[in-house]
Design a binder for this molecule. Structure first.
Ligand SMILES: [Zn+2]
Length: 229
């Protein structure tokens, strides 16, 4: 008798402890709730109970007729920063652009423009991260000009530098590295708004949100970055 009771208790517990499955694809969520849905996905990931939604071959087959991603994300190529894992999402959800230092140059702006104008994504996230090697290279270069990078890596460093000069973060600030990571995210947002004027109109008419965020590679958590402009 006791044995049955034990089994019943165990079964009830296992049902109660199971994470609730996602009953909606991301594309079915109202656009004003999308950021919240992504942050909830990040809570699952950083809480170590991801659901890995929509990562099946069936889902891919459904999507083969066309994609409707809900967000365009620019993130770093860093192997610890894959947006689908960080936000616990699946196939067809995110339109992702990655490069070292999550910089927003001409090619990235072209990809973002495609996502905004043609795929009509209502959300753009420029996602920086802690311990970014590209920003680290910039910080090191700033302190030691004798270190030479190739022309192409130097281009990444120069992109990061542009916003730094403008913001004039004191070079000896103890949190210079962290602030450079944040400044680089904001620089990306400013570049997009500057080079694609329709972005400002879409933001004004509430059809588009452009958000900056930083992902912590130790905790797995994403926090939003306020744009003072
Ligand atoms: Zn990085």
């Amino acid at each position: 008798m006791h044995r049955y009771l034990y089994i019943i208790i165990l079964s009830v517990l296992s049902i109660a402890c199971k994470p609730t499955p996602i009953d909606q694809h991301l594309e079915e969520i109202p656009k004003e709730n999308l950021l919240e849905a992504l942050l909830k996905g990040n809570e699952r990931f950083s809480g170590d109970h991801p659901l890995h939604p929509d990562q099946t071959l069936d889902r891919l087959r459904d999507l083969s007729v066309g994609q409707h991603p809900v967000a365009a994300i620019v993130s770093c190529s860093d192997s610890r920063v894959p947006p689908e894992l960080v936000f616990d999402q699946g196939l067809g959800d995110l339109f992702v652009i990655r490069n070292a230092g999550n910089i927003v140059g001409d090619y990235e702006i072209g990809s973002l423009e495609y996502a905004i104008e043609h795929l009509e994504v209502p959300l753009v996230i420029i996602l920086g991260h802690t311990k970014c090697g590209a920003i680290g290279a910039y910080v090191d270069h700033d302190h030691d000009h004798s270190h030479h990078y190739s022309e192409y890596i130097q281009k990444i460093i120069d992109f990061i530098d542009a916003e730094e000069e403008e913001k004039a973060i004191p070079r000896d600030a103890p949190d210079f590295y962290e602030r450079a990571i944040e400044a680089n995210v904001l620089h990306g947002i400013h570049e997009l708004k500057l080079k694609v004027p329709s972005v400002n109109e879409l933001i004004a008419s509430k059809k588009l949100k452009v958000i900056g965020a930083i992902y912590d590679v130790e905790t797995g958590k994403v926090r939003l970055v306020e744009d003072p402009n």
